[in-house]
Design a binder for this molecule. Structure first.
Ligand SMILES: [Zn+2]
Length: 320
């Protein structure tokens, strides 16, 4: 894969970057191409802004307000993060979930998402969640997403030889009748992971919307626990990959020494240190609507060491 898309300012004076539209399945941060002395840096993971969820699509001003506050908070960090990844569910409304009559609502929510996140002063990558492409894969829905945002799966190099692999987890959740799209994603993913190892990546990070598991790699598909949304109880089985595909995926990640998988979808944080072998699974709670009384809207800051081979992370609440 030859990468032609360089993003970011390498001048030291950070230009406003905002949303990155990846095309050609790869990107490279300009700051990753620097032979100068490496330094520790941070990046940010945002999950599930899902504009519209708080008031069930009746309005999303409150969600926009929260996201604007978050963007200001991220932009104020010193030194600034190298990049942000929004791990899916950018907006709440989708015709396959809410019906055709909410198509205008979905478009308005995505426009507001873009307006808000384009104000971030570093390269901002996005990937699709189930609310962005529908629960069951359809080619037309993926095309609608790629028209809006660019590729739905891709790689990019971050500083200190950190290789980032960005997936569309809906191919793993339910490919529907789009078997060939699922296979294309899978073949590409294997090549992408191998490319990271072959290129001497110091760490490989995977970003995807739906977590492989919530608590334990061996947890059953049908979990006994539930998460609460207002008066509804949602079975936790909705929030992870089913066992067969989960096992295959984790073994693949293990084979290629993936360090961490960053996910969202659960609208709450998972327990720190949740792992499968050496792979940490890090679920970040939502930027807006929460499914746990214990979490407040927030984002996660990841600090990467100067060697690129280790990291720490912390969930930070949005100041309102
Ligand atoms: Zn989701």
């Amino acid at each position: 894969m030859t990468c032609k898309l360089y993003v970011g300012a390498d001048t030291g004076t950070r230009d406003r970057m905002g949303l990155v539209r990846v095309q050609g399945r790869c990107a490279q941060l300009a700051s990753s191409d620097n032979d100068a002395a490496q330094k520790s840096y941070e990046f940010v993971v945002v999950a599930d802004p899902q504009l519209g969820m708080t008031h069930a699509n009746a309005g999303w001003d409150d969600d926009v307000k929260l996201c604007n506050a978050m963007v200001a908070q991220i932009n104020a960090r010193v030194p600034p993060p190298e990049f942000v990844v929004v791990v899916g569910d950018l907006a709440h409304a989708h015709r396959d979930i809410d019906g055709d009559e909410l198509q205008h609502t979905a478009e308005a929510q995505h426009a507001d998402f873009k307006r808000c996140f384009d104000q971030l002063s570093c390269a901002t990558f996005v990937l699709p969640g189930n609310h962005d492409v529908g629960n069951v894969v359809k080619r037309s829905n993926v095309r609608e997403y790629t028209d809006r945002y660019g590729d739905d799966f891709y790689t990019f190099w971050a500083p200190n030889k950190v290789w980032c692999v960005v997936l569309n987890s809906q191919y793993l959740v339910d490919p529907g009748e789009e078997q060939s799209m699922k296979e294309e994603h899978e073949t590409w993913m294997k090549q992408a992971l191998k490319e990271g190892v072959d290129s001497g990546a110091k760490a490989i990070f995977v970003f995807m919307h739906v977590p492989p598991f919530l608590r334990d790699a061996d947890e059953p598909d049908l979990l006994e626990t539930v998460s609460h949304w207002k008066t509804f109880a949602i079975p936790d089985g909705y929030f992870h990959l089913s066992g067969g595909i989960r096992r295959e995926l984790l073994q693949l990640f293990d084979k290629f020494h993936v360090s961490a998988v960053f996910c969202g979808h659960w609208h709450q944080n998972n327990a720190p240190g949740t792992r499968y072998n050496n792979i940490e699974v890090i679920i970040t709670s939502a930027a807006c609507a929460q499914l746990s009384l214990d979490t407040k809207p927030g984002f996660r800051v990841i600090q990467v060491s100067e060697t690129g081979s280790s990291y720490t992370h912390e969930y930070i609440e949005i100041k309102q």
